[in-house]
Design a protein around this ligand. Sequence first.
Ligand code: HEC
Length: 230
Amino acid sequence: MKVKRWCGSGVLAAIVVTSLSAHDIITTNLTYTRDISRIFTQRCGSCHSAASSIPLTTYEETRPWAVGIKEQVLSRTMPPWGAVKGFGNLAQDGGLSQEEIIIIAAWVIGGAPKGDPQLLAKPEPVRTGRTGPQSLRDGPTVTDQLVLSSALRVSGIRPIANKLVSSARITAALPDGKVEPLLWLYRYDPRNSHNFAFREQVNLPEGTVIRSSEPLSFVLQVATGSSPGR
Ligand code: HEC
């Protein structure tokens, strides 16, 4: 063959070695197609679509970002959710589950292999994580603080912000002295604005003081169909 005549076997061996060492050593059984593509379709696709500035819809698009992705998910920066876990009783945490975070990080650390193309996630409707289990409508608006003039069943909070909220804790001080944590906004970016639905309605009696630890406007949301009072 022509190639054989032009390059000696030593040159061929050198080429093979170079192209092998250019790849990472794969130390994980997790693969993009089987383990990662579904998480990304559901949790990242709404913002990182093929048309976005950082598309993450294929292996080829995703691979160059692997190390950045690991850092973003481990630091809980991506996906941006904007609230502290475990403060208040939110219906869902728009962030990734612990298991999803570990899978993504372990896949990247293990060399971010592609895997069997047959196992790739089919394109599917995006789960945005933006709506709660029940439909909510806007109730009273709070600017920094509000004293309830009548009882209210609150089912969610919709922040009204025009700039990044670095940290603001929203609490309800009940007349009996009890303080209910409602929502802790943390690095809430109004470009990704959404509401925060509670897992259960919070019953607040007349005279409850709802306040934010930082200057902030927000809407108290009530479940549609339920009367705002008792
Ligand atoms: C609600 C929208 C949204 C979702 C969902 C989202 N991202 Fe992002 N992502 C962004 C935006 C906006 C930026 C650009 C960051 C900026 O401008 O500061 C970004 C930037 C990034 C970057 C680049 C960060 C850098 O190094 O500058 C990575 C990597 C990333 N996202 C990964 C992910 C992953 C992985 C997911 C899913 C697990 C995800 N994102 C989900 C909106 C989103």
